[in-house]
Each structure stands twice: as structure tokens, then as C-alpha cells.
Design a protein around this ligand. Structure first.
Ligand code: MN
Length: 197
């Protein structure tokens, strides 16, 4: 069974004006789809063919000879996770269990939002900014290229894609503006809370 491209959890124009339908056409319809197609080609006929995506990521992360498989598998997982981290009319201060954890770990929502944005701004080149659970500790991290918390024993709670393809059509070189817009308007806190369970 080949891995398939999961449906977007909303319409392509649902995140506008913060992320346009044009960006989602390319980012989901071309980039994310290409990672799925490439991964299926790379694992066809190998012992990884019928494994779960998470198992493929774990296995490939330990083997430098499987870097191509790791990169495509992690990008499939990261993008599906990222779409679920966004929602129309989201963003702003969270509610529920994550709100208390954020205040305890970062002092306030405002300090958390600043630190998350800073992780995305300071990721040199392509990559991802994350909120993760590392053991019981809530941490903001960043990863380069396809790298993912799954490969580091951490539980991903929230991510923001900072590859140029995530924002260039809407914000050109203004990565900080993209991050501010998404943090203020699109974060799906219900999904983040569901990841705590
Ligand atoms: Mn991307």
C-alpha cells in the first residue's frame, strides 16, 4: 500500500488573507504531494514499503544511507502536522491545558509568542519552528530542512514551516511578518491541546 497525500483539513482559501489559496495550491498541491510521491518511489520494493510513516522516519533517521528516504518521509509528516496546526479564526492566546503549561514554562503567552517567532526568524535557511514536549518539559526548538522532533525522542505539539515556499508568494522575503500573522491568526489551539494527550 503506497502512502497517500492526506486531505487538507480546510478549503484552500480558508486561511486567507494570512496564507493565500495560491500558496496552498503550490505548498500542499505541489510540494507536499511531491514528498509523498518521492517517498513512495524510494520505498517501493524495500523492507520499508509496508511500514507506517512514523516507523519509516525512525528507521531512516538512524541510517545515513537512507537520508533521501528520511528527508521525504519527514517532510510528509511535518507538512501533514503543519496543516493541522492551522485553522481559520485561530491564533492568539490559547485556552485549555496548553495555556497553563505555556504560562508555567515561558512566563506568559506574549513571551511564548515572541520566542516562537524568534525561533522561526533565526532558523538559517529552510526548516521548521516547533513547540515540543521533551520528557515533561515544554520547549521551543527549530530544525533544519526536513528534520523533525520525532527523530529526537520529542513529542511535537505545534509547528510553523519556515521554508521560503511557505510564505514567499504572500510575504516575499518578510518571514517575520508571515510568522506574526500565523501566530496571531491561524494557530489551532484545539489541535495543540489534543497533542498533549
Ligand atoms: Mn513546506
Amino acid at each position: 500500500m503506497a502512502l497517500s497525500l492526506p486531505d487538507l483539513p480546510y478549503a484552500k482559501d480558508a486561511l486567507a488573507p494570512y496564507i493565500s489559496a495560491n500558496t496552498l495550491d503550490f505548498h500542499y498541491g505541489k510540494h507536499h504531494k511531491a514528498y509523498v510521491d518521492n517517498l513512495n518511489k524510494l520505498i517501493a520494493g524495500t523492507q520499508l514499503e509496508n511500514r507506517s510513516l512514523e516507523e519509516i522516519i525512525q528507521e531512516a533517521s538512524k541510517d545515513p544511507a537512507k537520508a533521501g528516504i528520511f528527508n521525504n518521509a519527514a517532510q510528509v509528516w511535518n507538512h501533514t502536522f503543519y496543516w493541522n496546526c492551522l485553522t481559520p479564526k485561530g491564533g492568539g492566546a490559547p485556552k485549555g491545558p496548553i495555556a497553563e503549561k505555556i504560562t508555567a514554562a515561558f512566563g506568559s503567552y506574549e513571551k511564548f509568542a515572541e520566542e516562537l517567532k524568534n525561533a522561526g526568524v533565526t532558523q538559517f535557511g529552510s526548516g521548521w519552528a516547533w513547540l515540543v514536549l521533551d520528557g515533561n518539559d515544554l520547549k521551543i526548538t527549530k530544525t533544519a530542512n526536513a528534520d523533525t522532533p520525532l527523530a529526537h525522542g520529542q513529542k511535537a505539539l505545534l509547528t510553523l514551516d519556515v521554508w521560503e515556499h511557505a510564505y514567499y508568494l504572500d510575504y516575499q522575503n518578510r518571514r517575520p511578518d508571515y510568522l506574526s500573522s500565523v501566530i496571531a491568526n491561524l494557530i489551532n489551539w484545539d489541535f495543540v491541546n489534543s497533542n498533549l494527550k
